[in-house]
Design a binder for this molecule. Structure first.
Ligand SMILES: [Cu+2]
Length: 334
């Protein structure tokens, strides 16, 4: 649906890595075509602390509730002294709007210098709060630090916009802000969990699990007309881009691909492999962008990490494990 929006997604993980690499000779002022190719293959560690105040412990924290874990991205409008500042947060539904925003830096001025990550200086993800609608946009930056992009919010309702970027001299950030499209709306339940997605005649299947508090391997297999697609095209430096958002608060999660085009080992389909870290049990929405025959498409999934009891009933009784209890996700009744 959101055809202009399907540009490659990105990966907080790599952003974190580059942040961590700042002290390692990467802080050259010039923005070339990109850092050394090898830099992309580095994997982030769960603790991306630059200050080193956590010492050198290598043991991951024992569980998602442990203190000291960095919060997921996207939950804050301001972090590390950087603040996302839109010129307007109300957008008429169904109308293309020139959406403008800035990132205000620690000095109180709009940031004008960004690092290029995956071919772009900033990736803007816009989703409806019910996680039914997804767009991935690449705004243009003016000299005075204002980002501008044509944005259409498809229906009335609440939306969340995420700006994923690396300011020059800082670490990678994902800042989030709420947008509103005024008008009457019907609340939509979260789409049911599914291992298969179809888009424009393509079928994408998902293997692997999301494990709370750990990195999980996800393999997405792309097929068309019953045959595997083996000639996926690189898009923004990868065969697929995956955005993962947590249902309930839209935490923007750490995902990174396993390998990249041209490294000699990464196939151009039908399988695309990622590692995703989810901080907690619960439901997540996954949005995979992939390019084939010149068109970028998005396949979406709902995946549950860990086990969850059925939703609590109003009487407070322990709910029976009814198999049909999955339809009441969108509500917040208790
Ligand atoms: Cu992007």
């Amino acid at each position: 649906m959101n055809a202009p929006a399907r540009l490659g997604a990105y990966a907080l993980g790599l952003v974190v890595i580059f942040g961590g690499a700042l002290g390692a000779g990467n802080a050259v002022g010039a923005t070339g075509p990109g850092p050394a190719a090898g830099a992309h293959t580095v994997h982030a560690t769960p603790s991306a602390s630059q200050a080193g105040d956590h010492g050198t412990h290598t043991e991951p924290a024992p569980g998602p509730a442990a203190t000291g874990e960095p919060a997921p991205g996207g939950l804050q409008v301001s972090q590390d002294g950087y603040t996302l500042l839109p010129q307007a947060t109300t957008v008429e539904p169904g109308e293309a709007t020139d959406f403008r925003f800035g990132v205000i830096g620690p000095d109180g001025k709009p940031v004008t210098a960004y690092r290029t990550e995956h071919g772009k200086r900033l990736h803007l993800i816009v989703v409806s709060r019910d996680l039914g609608s997804f767009q991935h946009l690449h705004p243009e930056l003016t000299d005075d630090g204002v980002w501008s992009v044509k944005l259409t919010l498809p229906e009335a309702g609440a939306y969340r916009a995420f700006a994923d970027f690396v300011p020059e001299g800082g670490r990678g950030l994902t800042l989030g802000i709420d947008l509103q499209a005024p008008g009457a709306q019907e609340p939509q339940a979260l789409p049911a969990t599914s291992r298969t997605a179809t888009v424009d005649g393509y079928t994408v299947t998902l293997d692997g699990d999301l494990t709370p508090g750990a990195s999980g391997k996800l393999t997405l297999t792309v097929g068309k007309d019953g045959r595997p697609v083996t000639d996926l095209q690189p898009y923004l430096g990868a065969y697929g881009h995956l955005v993962a958002l947590r249902a309930g608060d839209l935490a923007y999660l750490h995902v990174h691909p396993d390998g990249e085009p041209g490294d000699g080992t990464t196939p151009s389909g039908p399988q695309i492999t990622f590692y995703a870290e989810v901080p907690s049990r619960g439901d997540y929405r996954l949005f995979l962008d992939f390019q084939h025959e010149g068109t970028v498409r998005t396949a979406d999934f709902t995946v549950r990490a860990g086990e969850l009891p059925a939703p609590a009933t109003t009487s407070g009784q322990a709910p029976a494990a009814t198999p049909s209890a999955s339809a009441s996700h969108g509500d917040h009744d208790h």
